[in-house]
Design a protein around this ligand. Structure first.
Ligand code: HEC
Length: 109
């Protein structure tokens, strides 16, 4: 990934919003995201059904990245998601955003 400006500084926190707004955020690799998603879909149903855990399909990629970083930075208070997000690199989060964002929205509940 040479030549692509690193979104690494997103992790710095203070610069998060400026970073997200910047076009420097590289688009995620959808196939890589699909691979990584095998862990997520044990809880987040691909059918989009709620079942106590919110569906995460068809989100705009930017929103997905922002939310995952909120867990990573512990601004969202769910211990399970904080642990999961903390293990993911910016590249992995972008890939997951590309994959889940490409899936059809769940039917109205
Ligand atoms: C052990 C079950 C579990 C796993 C595995 C899991 N999640 Fe979650 N996730 C949850 C729960 C529970 C919530 C709701 C937390 C809350 O209320 O903040 C959540 C919330 C989210 C949200 C915010 C949803 C919303 O509507 O606000 C996103 C995005 C998300 N998870 C992404 C992922 C991704 C990506 C993975 C895989 C890398 C993953 N999760 C793996 C249980 C899980």
């Amino acid at each position: 990934m040479t030549g692509v400006p690193s979104p690494r500084r997103c992790a710095a926190g203070a610069a998060l919003l400026a970073c997200i707004a910047a076009p420097a955020l590289a688009a995620g690799d959808r196939a890589f995201g699909e691979h990584l998603a095998s862990e997520c879909v044990a809880c987040h149903q691909l059918s989009g059904r709620y079942q106590g855990i919110p569906p995460i399909l068809a989100w705009p990629e930017e929103t997905f990245v922002v939310v995952m970083n909120e867990y990573k930075l512990r601004r969202r208070a769910n211990p399970v998601m904080q642990t999961i997000a903390a293990r993911l690199s910016d590249e992995e989060i972008a890939a997951l955003a590309a994959y889940f964002g490409s899936l059809p929205a769940p039917p109205a509940q």
